[in-house]
Design a protein around this ligand. Structure first.
Ligand code: TXA
Ligand code: MG
Length: 360
């Protein structure tokens, strides 16, 4: 049976989190909100606890987990110093700037500090400090570094509401802390620090490349994480971040991205919808608010505004889940420029579509 606790997202009551923290201490699995998406947490030091995460999600065992901490001082117990020394200094500057926040660092793991199931046998460990009062309070109260992947069944869109977690994992995990809607709506940015001046983005996310550059870091990309790399299915063979190779975020319907001049996109999608409907299929369009009125399909969903891509990031996963709830079989989606959060948004859209992109 899965317990459910509702807490105030901004100022969670410690008493209300106590039972959840006790479950975590005892090796249980508890889902909780972060500023990106909901995570499914367990004590990162305990192999049986971490195994429960993999089992509940149906997650492939070669896909490592992010460890969440509430205090920078914990880093020293989880990781080894970064080489060369300049890289360590850059990592610290970026932590000063972006922690707590949606930036995950892949760092040399201290042997034995976390379960080998967390790192999937790699010599590195991914660590982040989430910027959500509920997540921070829960980590602190449990006293555990929490391994926490997104709290969805493997392959499904990440949950941005507690009800999404319930839909996927009710009965499979010990508890859910409902702290309202998650923030960004897309997962954290995963980086490696290459040297004293450069980071490599392994997964685009809540902290944009522009923000990293503003903080003084040069940015290079793993092939799967590059702008435009989103469209390149060939690049997904051997990503440095193992999770990037899995078909992910996918709705049950077949999805295609349509790129081009807005009027041409609307026309092309319109005729595709008519054809599919004539063939008896349930159709869906995922559009930006600016264009949504131009579509006629069984289910037209707005991910957010093209002028405010942060709103689209926030709404994407809920929209993908809504298509499933409405039994939509074919989905066409608009695209956006890969600037700012648009880069992470396009990366997730391309994955949801299995890299099916048509240029019109
Ligand atoms: O925003 C987030 O990061 C959310 C919230 C809950 O914190 N978590 C999340 O976790 O998205 P998950 O498990 O869905 O994605 C973790 C990503 C995967 O792509 C995984 O392969 C990568 O991080 N990763 C974890 N450890 C790694 C390591 N040692 N080296 C390279 N990539 C790693
Ligand atoms: Mg995930």
């Amino acid at each position: 049976n899965t317990s459910l606790w509702s807490v105030e997202g901004r100022t969670p009551d410690a008493g209300r989190l106590r039972a959840a923290a006790e479950l975590l201490k005892a090796g249980g699995t508890v889902a909780f909100p972060t500023e990106t998406v909901y995570g499914l947490g367990a004590d990162a030091r305990s192999t049986p606890a971490v195994e429960r995460i993999f089992e509940a999600k149906g997650r492939p065992s070669d896909n490592p987990l992010i460890v969440h901490i509430a205090d920078r001082a914990e880093l020293a117990s989880l990781t080894l110093p970064l080489e060369p020394a300049g890289a360590g200094a850059l990592a610290e500057r970026l932590m000063d700037r972006f922690w707590p926040g949606p930036l995950t660092f892949v760092l040399p793991a201290k042997p034995g500090a976390v379960s080998p199931r967390v790192t999937a046998g790699l010599e590195t460990v991914a660590v982040r400090m989430p910027a959500h009062p509920v997540a921070l309070a829960l980590i602190a109260q449990s006293g555990c570094p929490l391994a926490a992947p997104s709290a969805n069944r493997s392959g499904r869109p990440s949950p941005t509401l507690a009800s999404h977690v319930q839909g996927d994992l009710d009965g499979r995990i010990d508890g859910i802390v409902d702290g309202g809607a998650a923030g960004v709506g897309l997962e954290s940015t995963v980086i490696e620090v290459v040297d004293g001046g450069t980071v490599r983005i392994l997964r685009p996310g809540g902290v944009t490349a522009e923000a990293l550059r503003e903080a003084g870091a040069a940015v290079v990309y793993d092939a799967v994480a590059a702008p435009d790399g989103a469209a390149d299915a060939g690049a997904v063979q051997a990503p440095r971040s193992p999770g990037m190779k899995y078909a992910h975020y996918a709705p049950q319907g077949q999805m295609q991205l349509v790129q081009g001049d807005p009027a041409a996109v609307t026309a092309w999608i319109g005729s595709s919808v008519r054809e599919a409907r004539a063939a008896g299929e349930r159709t869906g369009v995922l559009a930006f608010a600016e264009h949504a009125a131009g579509y006629d399909a069984d289910c037209v969903l707005v991910m957010g505004s093209l002028a405010r891509l942060d709103t689209a990031a926030h709404g994407l996963y809920a929209a993908l889940r809504e298509f499933d709830a409405r039994g939509v079989q074919r989905i066409w989606a608009e695209t956006c420029p890969e600037q700012g959060i648009g880069h992470a948004l396009m990366n997730r859209l391309a994955k949801a579509a299995g890299h099916a992109i048509v240029r019109v």
